[in-house]
Write a protein that binds this ligand. Structure first.
Ligand code: BT5
Length: 324
């Protein structure tokens, strides 16, 4: 049964949106025309939209918005990122699973992705709301040969990759808020969390967690974040295919990551600055012990935020929450 279904889907994807006659389908699958009709009905039940036209046959007009390994790998153009995918419908946190897989030796580029996270998390153990079927909750395992203190640069790289991917797929204009938020029209649509497995001088792996609100309606956000959060579909006014977005982001990521490993952080920094909303503005940086108000001058070549306080002192901020 599932083998027939796989063949049928492969046929449709080879046809790239063209009609395939019922006759041809029944020949290739080796089943009767009635059985073909039944398979088509099954696909409809799974969320596929199909058009049936006499004498022409069937074609798929819309695939369901799924993000299993099949959907992501179908048409994926990367060489390394996303070549190994670990998908589960429900997880505690994709970060947690990625840590475990990385520890067990999963290769660079391994992607963990889920429809639902029961305990998705942000920085400092804050909660990341990850309702079912509406967003992209994923973690990417990287194994760069860089010193651990440079790892925060990868957060900025990830932000650029996600911003570029969103721009390409949706046409929206994302802003990056240092270090790890992506805003659309001033509201948070993406959060990024970078974690390390390292010894003093050597990185074993970097786990980059990316949470993207894609298709939520506003009521689907918990009340406490309704004013600060948004989804791509709310801003765009139409639903967005998550697998397409994941593929676009992985490809952008791979290109930037190659550049980074070859040429260092500078090319990434320039791109990052192009998306930044904070540079040149008066902001407040809330660090665990302090709140510093000042003008954001930019980021250093290491990715550290430079903040000029009213007394002219320049503060170098490694990690903080930024209030615009
Ligand atoms: C982040 O933390 O923004 C990083 C979020 C990373 C989530 C991904 S999803 C895949 C992977 N698996 C995980 O378990 N995590 C990663 P931070 O800057 O600390 O922001 C957290 C704050 O954002 C919360 O305290 C809320 O105010 C807000 N928030 C929570 N869920 C949100 C959502 N879905 N959309 C927008 N804002 C949200």
């Amino acid at each position: 049964q599932s083998e027939t279904r796989r063949k049928l889907l492969e046929l449709f994807s080879q046809a790239k949106g063209d009609f395939i006659s019922g006759q041809k389908i029944s020949e290739i699958l080796g089943c009767s025309r009635t059985a073909v009709w039944k398979h088509i009905e099954d696909l409809r039940k799974e969320g596929f939209e199909l058009e049936a036209v006499r004498r022409l046959g069937y074609r798929i007009t819309k695939a369901p918005d799924k993000i299993t390994a099949n959907e992501i790998q179908f048409g994926l153009q990367t060489e390394v990122l996303g070549r190994h995918i670990y998908y589960e419908e429900e997880v505690t946190s994709t970060q947690k699973i990625a840590h475990k897989l990385a520890y067990e030796g999963a290769p660079e580029g391994t992607l963990v992705v889920a429809e639902l996270q029961t305990t998705g998390r942000g920085r400092l153990d804050r909660t990341w709301f990850s309702p079912k079927g509406t967003g992209i909750w994923m973690s990417l395992i990287l194994r760069p040969a860089i010193p651990p203190q440079k790892a925060p640069q990868l957060t900025l790289l990830a932000a650029v990759a996600v911003a570029q991917g969103i721009q390409e797929v949706t046409g929206l204009f994302p802003d990056i808020k240092w270090p790890n938020d992506i805003l659309i029209n001033g509201k948070k649509a993406v959060g990024i969390l970078t974690e390390l497995q390292a010894e003093s001088e050597r990185i074993h792996s970097v786990i980059i967690g990316i949470g993207i609100n894609v298709n939520q309606e506003i009521e689907q956000f918990p009340e406490e974040i309704q004013r600060i959060a948004t989804s791509l579909s709310l801003e765009k006014g139409e639903k967005i295919n998550r697998a397409e977005l994941i593929k676009a982001i992985l490809l952008k990521f791979e290109t930037l990551y190659r550049q980074y490993l070859q040429h260092g952080f500078l090319p990434i920094k320039l791109l990052w600055e192009g998306y930044s909303v904070s540079i040149g503005k008066e902001i407040i940086a809330h660090t665990p012990n302090d709140s510093i108000k000042g003008k954001a001058l930019g980021i250093t070549d290491e990715g550290v935020l430079m903040l000029e306080a009213a007394d002219g002192v320049i503060h170098y901020i490694h990690s903080a929450d930024i209030e615009l």
